[in-house]
Ligand binder design. Sequence first.
Ligand code: GZL
Length: 332
Amino acid sequence: MKKHVRLGAAIMLSTMMLVAAACGNNANEGSKGSKPASADKKITLGFAQVGAESGWRTANTNSVKESAAEAGFELKFSDAQQKQENQIKSIRSYIQQKVDVIAFSPVVESGWDTVLKEAKEAGIPVILTDRAVDSKDDSLYETFIGSDFVEEGRSAGKWLLEKYKDASGDVNIVELQGTTGSAPAIDRKAGFEEIIKDDAKLKVIASQTGDFTRAKGKEVMQSFLKANKDIDVLYAHNDDMALGAIQAIEAAGLKPGEDIIIISVDGVKDGFVAASEGKINFIVECNPLLGPQLMQAVRDVLDGKEIEKRIVTEEGVFTSEDAKRELPNRKY
Ligand code: GZL
């Protein structure tokens, strides 16, 4: 009898333990349900980078890689050498690998709808960083984290307008544009022109792409100097092209920052050094340190949280004097 009682008790006890465990799981389920999904498993992020064309891009890549490591994400990273077809190939590869989220900085604005639709059909959310796309369908991406390039162009124009407001005679401006078709090139040009059109003295006498690189910036500035005897101002869409142009200006026996006033965008270390030496007169900052905001957006998207369609990064403007003071504090 005792044996049967013990057995019965054992069966009762194990049944109760099973029920408790199930409830426990349900309780866990409850807590698991309230725990963010991103806390459950290692997140895999596929990032398709533009290339390695400038100091800004290097700082941006470092920020993405360091922030992904700090967030504990597995990062798949590709460098497209500034070619759209390479970025599209990388995005398709991330879709095949079933990453949790895809992020990229579109090298140019157009031509993304097809591959973004493929990512959407695969149920993989996409986050844009740094540069925008011109797609009409904004359901193809969760958010765009980056600077307001039109405002950057306006800041450059406003400084020039102020500098020459009492000048007499024409002010001849040459412009080194960023990569043709890219959002920063299109918008920095538009913002600048929107402001300087208010003063007929300010004339853009030549404007050409230097593809955001130092080498091309030098080459195009050489051609500007050959074709135009009286250049007063250079507006460069990034520091690297301005630094290449400075080499050409000095080789022509002219003083950058004096004979030719230089305005640039980005604010990378080398740009700040040139500005602190008076070779660049005005720098409009463009913040490359987008990593932390990107990782937070990845987590929020996976946790099903509502996020802003547009996250604008904060940045400033610096004269040569400002740059001299700020140089020791620069992080990139
Ligand atoms: C701007 C970024 C641009 C930088 C360049 O957000 O896309 O690309 O201004 C970089 O230096 O090459």
